[in-house]
Each structure stands twice: as structure tokens, then as C-alpha cells.
Design a protein around this ligand. Sequence first.
Ligand code: FE2
Length: 241
Amino acid sequence: MDGRKQGKANVISETGVSITVPLVDYLTFPFDHWVVDYVVSRNDAINLASYVATHWTQNKNKWVLYNNDCERRKWANPNPHDIPGGSELFDGLSSKRFIDDLCEITGECQLFTDPTLHGAGFHIVEPDGYLAPHLDYALHPKIPNMERRVNLIMFLNGGSREDGGAFELWNDTATEVQGRVYPKPGSAVIWKPGDVEFHGTQLVKREYPRIAAAMYYLAPARPNVSRKRALFIPQRGDPSS
Ligand SMILES: [Fe+2]
């Protein structure tokens, strides 16, 4: 059942980026997900977003661009430690205390961080960019017998609802958006990826990019888990709707 629970201030670093789990909203439609306000403070998030934007503007060669029918104007940086505050953020998200919080939140208590940060790191979606609905890969491509079990996307900047850029939750055939989590700096959405958890990024309708951090948590692969690549469903019609 949906619900809200008061968490705890779980301060990882007094001087760097503080990771906390103060308040968790548990939502079950169209699939289980948790919205956490705030994993990092609004100020820390906005500062990080500015460092990320500067790094992206000045070092495009260190970012990977995805620009096709399914991933439009999306950039990823696989080395978050290059960016001021990046080490504190990802060390905090990798800490035992935070993983213990994830166990309490999601019920997944055999989680490991991914030392390769495969697919994780800082993500930017430019204006007019979006991510079509997709399922993530399940089996880790580089670490044998491990699967992605818990996903976390943290928003580092925000805006109004009219700006778009929401995390979208789709139905189990990827034909209809059934939920949106709008970016709020420092807040995160957490879910367990699987065979029907289609998700994407709403079109970014404003003039500056959407900036987020992504972290994925692994667990020993279950026998029925086999998807080795993400599965994208191209959007039909106008992605701005
Ligand atoms: Fe994804």
C-alpha cells in the first residue's frame, strides 16, 4: 500500500555532500517506487548541478552522447570522480549506511555497489532531449552472475512542471505514461528494475538541461534473469505530450 514514512538523518560527511534519508514516499502505481526528499540538500544538489554543467560545457570529450530515436540528446559521464563533489556523492551512495537504508526502504538486503559504475554517474538531457520508455539490462555486462536489483536516480536541478524532464513510469506494454516524478534538486526516485518496469525521461521543454545522478545496486543474479541489453520501445507520436 502507498505510504509515507519518516526516515532518519543519516549524515555521511559533515564537510562534503551529506547523504540523508529524511522522508520516503512509497508508491505502487504503475510499479513500486519510492520518492525520497532529500537525499542531498537542495543547496548541495544545486551546487553539484553547476559543477556538472561546467564540466560538461568545458569537457565534452569526456562525456558520451546518446542521440538516436530512443535516446535523444542524452549525455553521460562515466567518471563522476572528475567533477567536484562527485566523489563525496558517489562514495555516500556507496556507503554501507546508505545501503542499509536501501534495504529498509526496498526490502532488498543483499545489495552490492557496482565498482565499475557501469551506466551510472552524472547524466544530462539537453533541451529537446528525452529517453523513450525502456527496460534496463538485467545481467551486468562486466561482473559475472550479478544483476541490477535497485536503481536510483537523483535530480540535481529542477524547474516547473511545464519544463518537463520528469522521470516517467509507463504501463507494462510501454504504450502509456502512467506516472511522473518531477525533478526537485536533491530528491531521488528509487525502483526495482524488472521485466515490466518501463521508464523514461519526459521531453525537456526548457532552455537549460536536466541534470541527474544515477546509481545502480547489484545482487546475485536470479536464475530467471537473462536480459543483457536495455530494451527500448520507440515513442509513437509526439514525445512532448
Ligand atoms: Fe533506465
